[in-house]
Design a protein around this ligand. Structure first.
Ligand SMILES: [Zn+2]
Length: 269
């Protein structure tokens, strides 16, 4: 069930839904209602539907590491309604990977750089740009075989346990990689784990990420259009070989990019 759209046309009946970790729930609302929505006490913005003025939409991102239920509070002029999301663990696989030892146990001199990069990325992903840059469906940045799915539980060099926060596509070094949709480049640099990295802000808390690039074609602040080349694929950072890592962040949470694209694109059907 990749496409789950919940429609709220009436209020004040109790709902309970399953939500899979590492995915997004796409909610649709009747635009004529005055509605506010929160997730565990944090306001979730209601956004314009890209294709239907009668509706509004909201994204509820479910973290990969989330076992507690998520509580949504939905308030209209008629009152409030609580919606408890039971988090179901996705059917994710396990992977055992061998990478350069320094990418599992980084040398001391790399630790400050790693910390700085993590802080810089967190700051970007927590930024909510009110403007929406996209007007058309999202696209996959490369038509190629998927070599590792989002959500795989990973063990690096028999020691480090992690999970895969994006989708990997087979790509020999030097393959052009294109932007999934319009936006503004907010990160363009080489980083310790992600290697050559481009991050695009699509507005309203949505960011697409492209990692392990051998060269970058864009700079921070560039306006990018869907299909523009962001860079060439490579094997920089923590990798077993050349590939593209494509990821998507919603409200600061890395979710399955292909599941997200499937869902958001249903809005154009
Ligand atoms: Zn990856």
């Amino acid at each position: 069930m990749r496409t789950l759209v919940i429609l709220f046309f009436t209020t004040l009946s109790l709902f309970a839904y399953d939500a899979t970790n590492g995915t997004v729930l796409l909610l649709e609302f009747n635009a004529s209602q005055s509605i506010s929505l929160s997730k565990n006490g944090i306001t979730i913005p209601l956004l314009k539907h890209p294709n239907d003025v009668q509706k509004k939409i909201a994204f509820i991102a479910i973290p990969y590491r989330q076992d507690q239920p998520i509580e949504l509070l939905y308030t209209t002029t008629q009152g409030s309604q609580k919606l408890s999301l039971h988090v179901k663990q996705g059917d994710y696989k396990k992977e055992i990977l061998s990478v350069e030892p320094s990418k599992v146990s980084p040398p001391k001199e790399a630790l400050a750089q790693i910390k700085k990069e993590a802080q810089e990325a967190a700051k970007i992903y927590q930024t909510f740009t009110p403007k929406r840059y996209w007007t058309t469906p999202f696209a996959i940045p490369l038509q190629s075989t998927i070599t590792s799915d989002y959500g795989n539980a990973r063990i690096f060099n028999d020691t480090l346990q992690s999970y895969h926060s994006g989708t990997d596509f087979r790509a020999s070094s030097g393959t052009p990689i294109v932007a999934a949709n319009d936006g503004i480049v907010v990160l363009a640099k080489t980083r310790y784990y992600a290697g050559g990295s481009i991050v695009i802000d699509h507005g309203e808390g949505l960011y697409s990420v492209y990692y392990h690039l051998s060269s970058l074609s864009l700079h921070v602040g560039d306006n990018v259009k869907q299909g523009d080349i962001v860079g060439l694929s490579g094997s920089t950072g923590r990798v077993t070989g050349p590939h593209l890592h494509f990821g998507f962040m919603v409200q600061g949470i890395p979710i399955d990019p292909l599941d997200f694209i499937d869902k958001i694109n249903t809005l154009f059907e």
